[in-house]
Ligand binder design. Structure first.
Ligand SMILES: Cc1cc2nc3c(=O)[nH]c(=O)nc-3n(C[C@H](O)[C@H](O)[C@H](O)COP(=O)(O)O)c2cc1C
Length: 186
């Protein structure tokens, strides 16, 4: 079965981002074996900018990120969910993203990325602002660009504002699940 790696950027392992990822996993279970990684449960240091990975093709920091490089390379799909923290992704997710620099090599024609086979991608952002689907479009576009860099050539995205009734029945959630269903069945 194909593999979907799911990255939860929230420190709340039972929060809205987790709910979104669990719902995606349920929707794609016929085609994908899903693994949810709660970044909040791992100890992932910030990138030190030492550039040693440009010489060794490997990050010199051994921590919670180390095992994730291979999982990323072996994934057929990557789903990322993050809450908005002050108009950006969480620090947990930013550390994860910065550490992906170890998969980028400087080649003659620019950067070459060791991200394994081409992947499908999903990005879900959850926020407190009810109009977050408009306000955070720029943030989504930046995260989409990053996921493309790491091998996702077919990306579905959705911004889902938190709701007092829970996000499971939110129309934004339903739209995202509809889009994911068509993306993953094609
Ligand atoms: C530190 C912090 C900063 C936040 N900043 C924003 C923000 O700038 N804009 C926004 O719409 N919501 C903001 N929120 C609300 C969260 O994005 C929102 O509650 C989200 O659904 C939480 O997702 P989670 O349950 O997966 O952690 C913030 C929440 C926290 C804890």
């Amino acid at each position: 079965m194909k593999k979907m790696l799911m990255i939860n950027g929230s420190p709340r392992s039972g929060g809205n981002s987790a709910e979104i990822l669990k719902t995606i996993a349920e929707n794609v279970k016929k085609g994908y074996e899903c693994e949810i990684i709660d970044l909040g449960k791992l100890n992932i240091s910030h990138c030190r900018g030492c550039m040693s990975c440009k010489k060794t093709q490997k990050c010199c920091i051994e921590d919670g990120m180390t095992a994730l490089y291979e999982k990323i390379q072996n994934a057929d799909a990557i789903a990322i969910a993050t809450p908005v923290y002050f108009a950006a992704e969480t620090g947990l997710l930013k550390n994860f993203i910065d550490r992906l620099y170890a998969l980028m090599d400087r080649g003659a024609k620019g950067y070459e990325v060791r991200s394994g086979r081409p992947k499908k991608g999903i990005i879900a952002i959850t926020c407190g602002a009810p109009d977050g689907n408009m306000v955070y479009a720029g943030m989504m576009s930046r995260l989409t660009g990053i996921l493309k860099t790491f091998g996702a050539n077919d990306i579905t995205s959705g911004i889902i504002p938190a709701s007092p009734a829970g996000i499971k029945d939110s129309p934004f959630m339903k739209d995202l699940m509809g889009a994911v269903g068509s993306q993953m069945s094609s």
